[in-house]
Design a protein around this ligand. Structure first.
Ligand SMILES: NC(=O)c1ccc[n+]([C@@H]2O[C@H](COP(=O)([O-])OP(=O)(O)OC[C@H]3O[C@@H](n4cnc5c(N)ncnc54)[C@H](O)[C@@H]3O)[C@@H](O)[C@H]2O)c1
Length: 302
């Protein structure tokens, strides 16, 4: 008989939580999901079913997801608990302390925090060797990467189990060996955003041009050619020569950009206020969101 798949509990049924539950259910795991807000929990399975339908996936997978209003009941039988509640350190610390009271000593505990150090979230646990970070990307069912972040306490068995669990669920897990702010993906992404903002701030081009330059050049290659394979392709000697000229000119201020701070102070918050680096009508926002989803779906199917 085939070995039973680990039972999953997802805490937080918001944007990320319901998508994570969907991925595990589609991979054949029994999943419980819980949320402190009844409306969020009550709509979780409807949202999962709608996603599955939209993606052309097996809709019956939603039957493997059991909403559970009580946290203790949701996690009690789990082999693996992943937390996706609001990005709030005291909330996450309190939640894991509570979860630890209801699970076995070897149940793996993971946080999907975007930026909070895993060490800070898990430091107070009695069994810190079974705790780690798993950083998914939105939408969880279309973006393949999950960064698996170990702390100084995480056991090699916990890392291996979590890597294998995500691999088997069709994700691309990446092992982050040190618990550093931004892990890997967001450090790289925001290094690029810092320079993108600086180019606009210095009057070198406007925001639309920055985005066009990226999309029409190295952005085209990025899905198949990472920067370090690219550096090897052109030669480390050429890369060194380029860096010796370009890096001293690139923005290296340690803090957030004053230009970005000014936008926020002026209430130019992007889509939510209709203007950020650029102006966005409701139609333009809808079109761009839909273009991103179509692109991610096409990438999944290719
Ligand atoms: N949105 C993203 O693109 C993204 C990407 C990667 C990681 N994350 C991280 O994932 C986590 C969740 O983000 P999200 O975008 O899904 O947020 P969200 O606001 O959509 O969902 C959070 C959910 O947590 C619930 N919640 C709050 N307190 C709770 C508690 N005590 N017990 C149970 N449920 C509780 C809320 O009711 C809500 O449904 C955050 O840590 C976030 O930083 C988000």
């Amino acid at each position: 008989m085939a070995e039973a798949k680990p039972r999953i509990a997802v805490v937080g049924a918001g944007l990320m939580g319901h998508g994570i539950a969907q991925v595990f259910a589609l991979a054949g795991h029994d999943v419980t999901i819980t949320d402190a807000i009844a409306q969020s929990l009550d709509t979780a399975t409807t949202r999962i079913a709608a996603n599955l339908r939209e993606l052309g996936e097996d809709e019956s997978a939603v039957a493997r997801v059991t909403p559970c209003a009580d946290l203790a009941a949701a996690v009690r039988e789990a082999d693996y608990v992943v937390e996706a509640v609001s990005e709030d350190l005291p909330l996450k610390q309190k939640l894991f302390a509570e979860i630890e009271r209801h699970v076995r000593a070897d149940t793996v505990l993971a946080s999907n925090t975007s930026v909070i150090p895993i060490t800070a979230i898990m430091g107070g646990l009695a069994h810190r060797e079974r705790a780690l970070g798993t950083h998914w990307w939105n939408p969880p069912f279309l973006v393949p990467l999950v960064e698996v972040i170990e702390t100084q306490w995480t056991s090699p068995q916990t890392v291996a189990f979590t890597m294998a669990l995500h691999q088997a669920a069709g994700k691309k897990p990446a092992h982050v060996k040190k618990d550093v702010p931004g892990f890997i993906g967001n450090r790289l992404q925001h290094a690029l955003w810092r320079e993108a903002i600086a180019l606009v701030e210095q009057g070198i081009c406007d925001a639309e041009t920055v985005d066009e330059v990226i999309k029409a050049s190295f952005g085209r290659r990025l899905a198949v050619l990472g920067p370090l394979a690219n550096a090897d392709m052109v030669g480390t000697d050429l890369t060194l020569a380029i860096h010796n000229i370009v890096l001293p000119a690139i923005d290296s201020r340690p803090g957030s950009s004053p230009y970005l701070q000014k936008l926020v102070a002026e209430g130019k918050l992007g889509f939510k206020s209709g203007e950020g680096f650029r102006k966005w009508s409701a139609d333009e926002q809808k079109t761009l969101r839909s273009k991103v989803m179509q692109h991610l779906k096409a990438a999944r199917d290719s």
